[in-house]
Design a protein. Structure first.
Length: 270
């Protein structure tokens, strides 16, 4: 005889070993979620567009925030009432979410407008708002429309960055080296007075993941700023999983630009 517990049997030892293996398995930590990767600005995530507009309004008191009665749209109207930004909430990827427009007077027709779909990457929109915030890109004087010469000058940053320049009938195009984005200019401006330039990203311009469209009188300085962003800026993109691949919804032409109303909305908030 000896003091202490009886020796473990073979069955007891096997049970303890099995439980220890189970403990190790269940205690194994979950794999860390994949980290966002740095990509060219035109491939970045859309981010929070409402937060971008709120940040713009917080730092620019000359713009007043107006909400429609249904709260589906937010308007940011300059104190002169000749500069207006419209954001439509809860839109799908290829629907127009943003309209930026300039007027010669508060009651005149629109001089120029630029639109962006809701999937437009956050870095592209941020640079656009930064440009407008600096007082640039708000030309409200009626001048000659943007033509091929002006577009070529505005897109010089793309050419310098190695984007491919091609001419196909009425279309003049600049395409990123890997073919994931581009700028397309419609040389038949007179036949399409509402829009003649489109910026896109996706498999090809007829299957974009997002688009920005510009009317003929859009200031060339604004287009040049967008070109700089596309050519040199970067952003973050979350890695795609197997069941959340990139959307490639079909679109055969740039979306039409909605009109920003000349009058005030029915209610407002700061």
């Amino acid at each position: 005889m000896r003091p202490g517990p009886a020796p473990l049997t073979d069955t007891e030892r096997a049970a303890i070993e099995a439980l220890s293996v189970l403990d190790v398995t269940t205690a194994r930590p979950e794999p860390a979620p994949p980290q966002p990767e740095t990509v060219p600005a035109y491939l970045a995530d859309a981010g929070d567009h409402e937060a971008l507009l709120d940040g713009f309004l917080d730092t620019h008191g000359e713009f007043e925030k107006w909400r429609t009665w249904s709260d589906e749209t937010t308007h940011a109207i300059h104190e002169s009432q000749t500069r207006r930004i419209e954001l439509i909430h809860e839109t799908v990827a290829l629907e127009t979410a943003w309209t930026i427009a300039a007027y010669e007077t508060p009651v005149s027709d629109r001089i120029w407008a630029l639109t962006a779909t809701s999937a437009t990457p956050a870095p592209v929109l941020q640079e656009l708002l930064n440009h407008l915030a600096n007082g640039e890109g708000w030309d409200t004087a009626i001048g000659s429309p943007v033509d091929e010469k002006k577009v070529t000058a505005s897109t010089q940053p793309l050419s310098d960055a190695g984007w491919k320049h091609t001419v196909d009938g009425r279309w003049i195009r600049w395409t990123s080296p890997a073919g994931f984005a581009g700028v397309r200019f419609d040389a038949f401006t007179a036949q399409h007075p509402s829009q003649n330039l489109a910026i896109w990203a996706g498999p090809d311009p007829d299957r974009p993941t997002w688009t920005i469209t510009a009317s003929p009188h859009t200031p060339s300085s604004l287009l040049s700023d967008l070109s700089e962003t596309l050519a040199h800026e970067t952003g973050l993109r979350r890695p795609q999983t197997a069941d959340t691949g990139p959307r490639t919804s079909l679109i055969t032409s740039p979306p039409a630009m909605p009109t920003v109303a000349a009058g005030h909305a029915t209610s407002r908030s700061r």
